[in-house]
Write a protein that binds this ligand. Structure first.
Ligand code: GLN
Length: 452
């Protein structure tokens, strides 16, 4: 009830929820109370969560932030959310996001921008909570839920977590099922939580992950209890600091934060190792070819006939397709689909798409080459703190640069966490990122716990 009251009071300003499911929440909470009274219940019994609006929820509108899916009520449940309900969690509602998860500021949503509860000391401007999981991050930071689900294709869990002083982890690709998650780029998409603490992230991630025969890329592995990693310290761990992540034009305060993180880990007994990930500079261009290519294939299904918004008064099948897609998709999605169709087209496939796949392999190999020397890698989460709404909308390339530290983990399928680690000159939160080996979230949590 406290969270429902907070949503009612603050959501008109923050715009974090697209859909509130208050009646359902109170009903689920009562059922949890009854279980807890009998000494029963799951790992998340009664925990009130917000759900990013790309997880299909049975009987509850799921929009992926798009007019294409406005009014779509799925007849089935995503595996991730089904796991949460099975563990006793309560659903407060569905959270705003960039359209089809394409964006870094939540400004591409058909449901309007989300406002970051944080304000800079030096300006009155409304700030973005980052994206694409902007609603999730804003809701957690603003106490409109205890924790939230999110998804990360190129940074959409970690960047919004960094912008809102919250914790966000993207697990190893394949840990969480993609079944029932509206697809953006299937070889990169992973679900994960945004939470207030590292411990909450460890608990929630465990519930979200499972082997699932309904997702052919799901990994048939045990989901460990990651709370076991907490409080262990980092004595004897080798932490890599990649020199290629010192990028041109990186603000001094980001370098300072990173140095601070290194000092903390050193003081806690970790060994710091300078490493090289030589193909890092190609990660962003490779990501912005692979992700749009997969998106153009995935989003082909929204033709107004089989799926999605259908335009009125069209005169032919082609007209129906074109008008439905023109009306249903926003500008950024159209830009991505255009890029994707271009790089996959017969004349350009080898020059762009195949080349980007080769670069992707090199990036994964860069990581493979350092795991003998280090147990985890420390980098900043983002090249800046949260920026003002409207600030970067004019220049998509500048917006894409936001993902510079996060896309590599997606391209290589590795786990990455963002932990709040300090404030910038304006008093805004900044995050540090820990990247780990495939399936080694345990070490990622262990290091994050020391940084928190
Ligand atoms: N900002 C990146 C993009 O726009 C990543 C988005 C995401 O991780 N879903 O593609």
């Amino acid at each position: 009830k406290a969270f429902v009251a907070n949503i009612d009071a603050a959501n008109p300003t923050l715009n974090a929820y697209v859909t509130q499911t208050t009646d359902k929440a109170l009903e689920m909470a009562r059922a949890s109370d009854a279980k807890l009274a009998k000494g029963e219940g799951g790992a998340l019994e009664g925990a009130p969560l917000g759900i990013k609006d790309l997880f299909c929820t049975d009987g509850v509108q799921t929009t992926a932030g798009s007019n294409m899916l406005r009014g779509f009520v799925p007849p089935y449940e995503s595996t991730v959310t089904a796991n949460l309900w099975a563990d006793g969690a309560v659903m407060l509602g569905k959270l705003n996001m960039d359209e089809f998860a394409m964006g870094s500021s939540n400004e591409t949503s058909a449901f309007g921008s989300v406002v970051n509860p944080w304000k800079s000391k030096t300006s009155n401007a409304d700030l973005t909570p980052g994206g694409s999981s902007g609603g999730s991050a804003s809701a957690v930071a603003g106490d409109l839920c205890l924790a939230a689900t999110a998804s990360d294709t190129g940074g959409s869990i970690r960047q919004p977590a960094a912008f809102t002083g919250t914790v966000g982890i993207k697990p190893t690709y394949g840990r969480a099922s993609r079944f029932g998650m509206v697809a953006f780029a299937s070889s990169l998409d992973q679900a994960g939580p945004i939470t207030k603490t590292v411990e909450d992230a460890a608990i929630l991630l465990r519930s979200m992950c499972s082997f699932d025969v309904k997702d052919s890329t799901s990994l048939n592995v045990e989901t460990p209890d990651w709370t076991q990693s907490l409080g262990k310290g980092v004595k004897g761990l080798r932490i890599g600091v990649p020199k290629e992540y010192v990028v041109d034009g990186m603000p001094a305060e980001i370098q300072k934060l990173w140095d601070q993180g290194v000092e903390w880990l050193k003081a806690a007994g970790a060994e710091i190792v300078e490493i090289s990930l030589p193909h890092t500079k190609y990660a962003l261009p490779a990501y912005y070819i692979v992700a749009p290519a997969e998106a153009s294939s995935n989003l082909a299904r929204y033709d107004g006939m089989r799926f999605g918004h259908r335009a009125e008064g069209t005169t032919s099948l082609t007209d129906l397709y074109e008008t439905s897609r023109a009306e249903g998709f926003g500008k950024e999605v159209q830009r991505r689909l255009t890029i994707g169709a271009y790089v996959l087209s017969a004349g350009f496939y080898d020059a762009y798409y195949v080349r980007a796949l080769k670069v992707r392999r090199r990036i994964a190999e860069d990581f493979d080459n350092v795991w003998g020397k280090v147990d985890a890698i420390l980098t900043p989460s983002t090249p800046s703190a949260a920026f003002a709404i409207g600030d970067r909308q004019i220049d998509p390339l500048q917006m894409y640069l936001n993902d510079i530290f996060t896309v590599t983990a997606n391209l290589a399928g590795l786990p990455g966490i963002s932990v709040p680690a300090g404030l910038d000159a304006g008093g805004l939160p900044l995050g540090l990122q820990v990247i780990g080996k495939a399936l080694d979230e345990a070490t990622v949590f262990q290091v994050a716990d020391v940084l928190e």
